[in-house]
Design a protein around this ligand. Structure first.
Ligand code: CUA
Length: 338
């Protein structure tokens, strides 16, 4: 997809530079210099002859032919990009939340988990190299219904959510993520590496904090990652982490919005990211903070202080009013989620 788009850009650029810019601008410059005003020359007479029209019609016809090639190229690329990839394709469901990315892998079930569970991650999309990855993109935001100012009073039947845009420049993928629609885009990485991305459609308060990473791995490394993502949480036996586990599943109320496979409750809430393998990610909160214990502590203590959010309107994590001691315990548990 990136190559098709790049090829289209280069061919149109070529036609824009050579015939349009060099030849036409060249003739224009030549004419300006050649017929410029000099001492002794009289001003040219104004003409209203109908034959003047030919100097509009002839260039228009010439330009039509010049445009045919890039236009054909554009039509071809449009159809090529719309085609479903063939062969061994990996499917990933992408959900644009306010303001983070959720990635769910519909092909990867977890044997002992409830049937609806699939492995899923946040903000860091893992893909294998050399294999087309077909993304299905949807916008999701249940909390938005209460957000005033986005809709008129009578528009209660409009789908909730805002438009995001999934964009990973180096992999060429850019596709709008529109409420009530399923959009598709294909990514394929030739080389392993980390490819940076960013929401490219203004989506309110923390649009700028809605980044993402695509982590392309060799097929072997990717399989190892998938296998690790299928593990469930092991409740810590003792210490601070065990106390944190109690808070996490109990008084902290974390499972009301988050999933942690194997933790008590198994509610599979998807308001916030799946935390089962939180520490397998390098970044969190829309890929804007490094996933360190210190950052997690600051985050759990007061999320809206770190990233602009409106939890009272269902967009973003609220300040749970935890004491510093409780924060230390919860993060000690979070640190075990590998
Ligand atoms: Cu999501 Cu901008």
């Amino acid at each position: 997809m990136a190559r098709e788009t790049d090829h289209l850009f280069k061919s149109i650029f070529f036609f824009a530079v050579v015939p349009v810019f060099v030849i036409i601008e060249g003739l224009l410059l030549f004419s300006i210099l050649r017929h410029r005003h000099r001492a002794g020359r009289t001003d040219p007479a104004e003409s209203d002859s109908p034959t003047k029209l030919r100097w509009v019609v002839i260039p228009a016809i010439v330009m039509m032919f010049v445009d045919l090639l890039p236009f054909g190229e554009e039509a071809r690329t449009t159809f090529a990009l719309a085609r479903e990839p063939k062969g061994d394709v990996l499917a990933v469901d992408v959900y644009g939340h306010m303001w983070w990315w959720e990635f769910i892998y519909p092909d990867f079930r977890v044997p002992k988990a409830p049937a609806s569970y699939r492995i899923g991650t946040a903000n860091e999309l893992h893909i294998p190299t050399g294999r087309p990855v077909r993304l299905t993109l949807r916008s999701i935001e249940p909390g938005l219904r209460s957000l005033q100012g986005f809709r008129s009073q009578s528009d209660t039947d409009l789908p909730t959510g805002v438009i995001h845009s999934f964009w990973v420049p180096k992999l060429g993928g850019k596709q709008d993520v529109v409420p009530g629609r399923e959009n598709k885009v294909t990514l394929e990485a030739d080389k392993p590496g980390t490819y940076f991305g960013q929401c490219a459609e203004f989506c309110n308060l923390s649009h700028a904090n809605m980044r993402l990473r695509v982590i392309a791995q060799t097929p072997e490394d990717f399989d190892a990652w998938v296998a690790a993502q299928k593990r469930s949480v092991t409740p810590p036996a003792d210490g601070l982490a065990a106390e944190g586990f109690q808070l996490f599943t109990g008084k902290g109320g974390c499972l009301a919005c988050h999933t942690a496979l194997g933790a008590e409750g198994n509610s599979f809430a998807r308001v916030g990211p799946n935390l089962t393998h939180l520490k397998s990610r390098g970044m969190f909160a829309g890929a804007i903070f490094e996933n360190t214990a210190d950052n997690l502590k600051r985050w759990v203590k007061d999320p809206p202080a770190m990233k602009p959010m409106r939890p009272e309107q269902g967009t973003g994590m609220p300040n749970r009013g935890l004491s510093q001691e409780e924060v230390e315990k919860i993060v000690a548990f979070l640190e075990t989620l590998r």
